[in-house]
Write a protein that binds this ligand. Structure first.
Ligand code: ATP
Ligand code: MG
Length: 265
């Protein structure tokens, strides 16, 4: 029998481990060091927000966590294993633009990743309908993207990210194109879905208010080459409320993030 000490415990689903990660882009004129020595642990079920100046490597980091790009150095594991290519069963991704296929209905857009994996039509439809229900779009499945508002399109895109029920959801400025009111509503909606599903979320935003409102933890990055310069815990209770925005805790956290960003401007 093996001694117990030799058995490596399995990482729980949804854990993200980033170790000494760097990314260098080779262009025709020069090498662009986008990220340098980034290390980060995200525990399962946490809501983590990444902020930092434009071009500091937030999207690049998300792309690597999604298996859409490989790091130049260091390691990334998701639920305990590396991610050499996109794996929608482990990681769902939602981008800034809803990027839906205009010729497909909302339902068909959500089903698309399942169709790619050869899942039977009836099963696909049920899962797409469940995902649309989860994002509050019950009854809108037969609409095409041009018949939906910006917020609704982004909901479809979130449903598509959730349809394979991955333990990790990566979101790159998903609400940036929305007006302020819709954005607040979508934030609450996302927190509701997160609380209901227990997923690990990594969310990128330029809005410091959105960052503090949504997050358990906020990671602040430096200008390129991106490094982590601060890691804040947000001690505000949940559910978050609009009234918290004007409280002292909220204000001092937002100020602390802003001081980092301003220093780097
Ligand atoms: N394919 C690429 N080739 C060369 N350079 C790239 C490539 N992709 C990104 N970069 C560079 O890497 C750096 C980080 O880019 P990235 O898009 O990750 O930044 P970001 O923090 O997401 O910025 P923003 O807040 O504007 O979205 C930038 O300087 C960018 O120009
Ligand atoms: Mg970006």
């Amino acid at each position: 029998m093996q001694p117990l000490a030799n058995i490596t415990p399995l990482k729980p689903a949804g854990a993200i481990e980033v170790r000494n990660v760097g990314q260098v882009f080779k262009t025709t004129t020069q090498d662009v060091v986008a990220l340098e020595d980034v290390s980060l642990d995200v525990k399962p079920g946490r809501f983590v927000v990444l902020v930092g100046p434009s071009g500091c490597g937030k999207s690049t980091l998300l792309m690597m966590m999604a298996g859409l790009r490989q790091q130049t150095s260091g390691t990334i594991t998701i639920s305990g294993a590396p991610i050499p290519e996109p794996d929608p069963n482990r990681v769902g991704v939602v981008f800034q633009e809803a990027s839906l296929f205009p010729w497909l209905t909302a339902e068909e857009n959500v089903e698309f990743p399942l169709a790619l994996r050869g899942i039977a039509k009836s099963d696909r439809r049920t899962r797409a309908q469940d995902a649309l229900k989860l994002v509050g779009l019950d009854g809108f499945g037969k609409r095409h993207p041009h018949e939906l508002s910006g917020g609704m399109k982004q909901r479809v895109s979130i449903a598509r990210g959730l349809v394979q029920d991955p333990p990790v959801l990566l979101m790159d400025e998903p609400f940036a194109a929305l007006d302020e009111q819709t954005r607040m509503t979508m934030g609450d909606e996302l927190l509701r879905i997160w609380a209901a599903t227990g997923k690990t979320v990594v969310f990128v935003t330029h809005s410091l208010t959105e960052a503090v409102y949504l997050a358990d933890e906020v990671i602040v990055m430096s200008p390129r080459p991106g490094r982590i310069v601060d890691h804040l815990q947000v001690p505000l209770p949940r559910p978050r409320t609009y009234e918290m925005l004007s409280g002292d805790t909220f204000g001092s956290l937002r100020d602390r993030i802003w001081r980092h960003i301003r220093k780097s401007a």
